[in-house]
Design a protein around this ligand. Structure first.
Ligand code: F6R
Length: 248
């Protein structure tokens, strides 16, 4: 089964970032109250750089926008330097005119993680759902922190991170994979598939294999991103390296 959605391939990651930033700018122009879903990780760094640049020129106005991040580590407060919240502050939130009241994040230090997940689902509903959800993809095919396995959770939930995911995040914790929290909170597959539009971004040769599986393989819990095949409005943005295993 192949993914029938729009796949665009650009020569390099910087062009992907510019393309997506323009898409976000256009979407915000059309709907200033856009509800955005946002990822962390290395992939969106260039995007956030570009969004900050466009905000500086007045091309983008975030003042009415709402954001929901996909996931957060469990057991650390937002103020921890390794938290995804700190990442977002450093790379986007501190540099654009988003209203702090409309920035939504899972609280990794919540006393009751289950209640925290329910709160997040409710907040997304109350915001009217996510209009545009930007996703990265893990080398193991995860989206958000929905890791491959025998089953997938539908809604925002508590997850145990795979060793490879903790290794990928080691840079946030002094390059020590053991210092990366073992658990996280993440939007579920249903939360992701409920977004009105999804853009998945993958860059670099490390992503070529999972991109190939995503585009050409079956829908399987072993590659959570493959469930995007069920969504009506998905766009996949790739650089040439990530697209290397796709046939012309
Ligand atoms: C992070 C997230 C993850 C990453 C994925 C790719 O919020 O949701 O699914 O998008 O792990 O990470 P990078 O971009 O670092 O390769």
């Amino acid at each position: 089964m192949s993914l029938a959605h729009k796949i665009s391939i650009f020569p390099e990651a910087a062009v992907v970032a510019r393309e997506l930033a323009t898409e976000v700018a256009d979407a915000l122009e059309e709907n200033p109250s856009l509800v955005l879903g946002l990822p962390t990780g290395r992939t969106p760094l260039l995007l956030y750089e570009e969004l900050v640049r466009l905000a500086g020129t007045g091309r983008i106005d975030f003042s009415q926008a709402t954001t929901f991040n996909l996931d957060e580590f469990l057991g650390i407060p937002a103020s921890h330097p390794g938290s995804y919240r700190s990442f977002m502050q450093a790379h986007l939130f501190d540099h654009v005119n988003l209203d702090p009241q409309r920035i939504h994040f899972l609280n990794g230090a919540a006393a009751n993680p289950f209640d925290e997940c329910c709160r997040y689902e409710k907040a997304i509903d109350e915001a009217g759902g996510i209009d545009l959800l930007i996703l990265g993809i893990g080398t193991n095919g995860h989206i958000g922190f929905n890791e491959p396995g025998s089953g997938l959770a539908a809604r925002t939930h508590r997850v145990t991170l795979k060793p490879e995911t903790r290794r990928s995040n080691a840079a946030l914790f002094g390059n020590d994979p053991d210092a990366v929290p073992a658990e996280a909170l993440s939007m579920g597959m249903g939360t992701i598939l409920d977004a009105k539009a999804v853009v998945l971004v993958a860059t670099g040769q490390r992503k070529a294999a999972c991109v190939e599986q995503l585009v050409t393989g079956p829908i399987t819990t072993q590659l959570p991103a493959s469930f995007l095949q069920l969504h009506k409005n998905v766009e996949i943005l790739l650089d040439a390296a990530a697209a290397a295993r796709l046939q012309e």
